[in-house]
Design a protein around this ligand. Structure first.
Ligand SMILES: [Zn+2]
Length: 150
């Protein structure tokens, strides 16, 4: 008898997101990828909602393109950090310079949290939470942050 591949349907079911609103998000990594136009990098931060109910999807997605300087600034200030000289994220990535998929983030933002207002986005009949805006934690900040990332 041939070996059959079976799938536990419960296990692969995608959980619905929690209600939208302000959340504390923790950075647990990045999955950098060259963008579809091949002229930039999407950092794809892995962001987990703190104290998310176990029956809800704890991941919040935003591609965080290095082409969108304003979003990078918001992201960085959310953690209470300034961008580095030249506009880079604090710390950096190690790996093959021409292959973002190999990049590993080494820097002070790892494991840190920020507060973000999240909204429900629907794609292919599936709901997920996305970032609308991030609360700045830089003391005395005079930057104008975006209030609608969408
Ligand atoms: Zn700020």
């Amino acid at each position: 008898m041939p070996i059959q591949m079976t799938v536990d349907k419960e296990k692969i079911k995608i959980l619905p997101p929690p209600d939208p609103g302000w959340k504390v998000l923790r950075l647990t990594g990045f999955k950098p990828k060259t963008n579809s136009k091949k002229d930039g990098v999407n950092f794809n931060p892995v962001l987990e909602i703190e104290n998310c109910p176990p029956d809800k999807n704890k991941f919040v997605f935003n591609s965080l393109s290095n082409k969108l300087d304003a979003f990078l600034l918001d992201f960085c200030h959310g953690f209470g950090f300034e961008l580095e000289v030249g506009g880079a994220l604090p710390g950096g990535f190690e790996g093959e310079p021409n292959d973002p998929k190999t990049w590993q983030y080494k820097g002070p933002l790892m494991g840190k949290t920020f507060e973000a207002e999240c909204f429900t986005s629907t794609y292919n009949n599936r709901d997920s939470l996305k970032i609308k805006q991030i609360r700045c934690k830089v003391v005395g900040c005079k930057e104008r942050h975006n209030t609608n990332w969408n």
